[in-house]
Design a protein around this ligand. Structure first.
Ligand code: SAM
Length: 239
């Protein structure tokens, strides 16, 4: 999957692939990141990318032209069609279903705003989708772009050591994940649940499913309300 990131700090966003799972994805050739600085598409001495808002008010607004040219340059850098995504607090809240769809795309151009945001006409002309990473306001879209890249990268085939680990993550099947334990068996008097030491894979699977259902019910009943529970799930909850 190829990401092109249009940002005043493209190197910062690209650094998301310097570590961990995203780094492994890049090293295996499954993920590539390319930065485009709108300042490189300005024509004045100060490399100006922002201007005062029409109508007055505080802050500055990112101008259309430098962003538009950066997006066009990114589009032409690869023959495959690209979706242009603006990271914005006004976008649709990013969720796992959205990430799953985005991770199937061969190419995405991410647009990170700064200041008070971007001239609305650039969004109308160039942007296909707007996504928010939560109901709070960041200083810029770079961290949001990194969040989106990381969430997509772990779903790319061949990135995770065991493909099942993404499939059992929270939200993948509409539920929160079950609790996890590793050695030692007892920590400050807290023992690993006996079933996990039993070697009985049927019981372990049932226990994990029950924990996932219970946790979701306790912490995110909104998720459970969207689920159609199987008879087996209902039996587990009654046990
Ligand atoms: N005035 C804008 C508003 O209230 O909608 C906020 C501008 S914010 C200071 C600057 C940039 O940060 C935005 O253009 C956007 O790219 C990014 N940003 C801020 N919060 C975000 C969020 N929750 N999700 C995604 N991007 C965000």
């Amino acid at each position: 999957m190829r990401f092109d990131v249009v940002s005043l700090f493209p190197g910062w966003v690209a650094s998301v692939a310097d570590w961990g799972i995203t780094g492994r994805a890049r090293d295996r050739g499954l993920l590539s990141l390319h930065g485009w600085d709108p300042r490189d598409y300005t024509h004045d001495r100060h490399r100006t990318v922002d201007d005062r808002p029409y109508g007055g008010g505080p802050g500055m607004v990112m101008k259309v032209d430098p962003l538009r040219q950066a997006i066009q340059a990114a589009r032409h850098a690869d023959p495959r069609p690209a979706r242009v995504i603006y990271l914005s607090p006004q976008g649709r809240p990013l969720d796992q279903a959205g990430v799953q769809r985005l991770a199937t795309l061969p190419r995405v151009i991410l647009l990170a705003g700064r200041y008070e945001g971007i001239d609305e006409r650039l969004i109308q002309l160039e942007v296909d989708e707007e996504w928010s990473i939560g109901d709070y306001v960041l200083s810029g879209g770079e961290l949001a772009a990194m969040v989106l890249i990381d969430a997509c990268a772990r779903l790319l085939p061949g990135v995770l050591g065991d493909a099942l680990s993404a499939a059992q993550d929270s939200f993948s099947q509409g539920l929160l994940d079950c609790p996890h334990y590793t050695r030692p068996e007892v920590v400050d008097g807290l023992a690993v649940p006996e079933v996990l030491l039993s070697g009985d894979h049927g019981r372990i699977t049932g226990w994990r499913r029950k924990q996932a259902l219970g946790r979701t019910w306790e912490r995110r009943p909104d998720l459970l309300a969207q689920q159609e529970l199987s008879e087996a799930d209902c039996r587990l909850l009654e046990e």
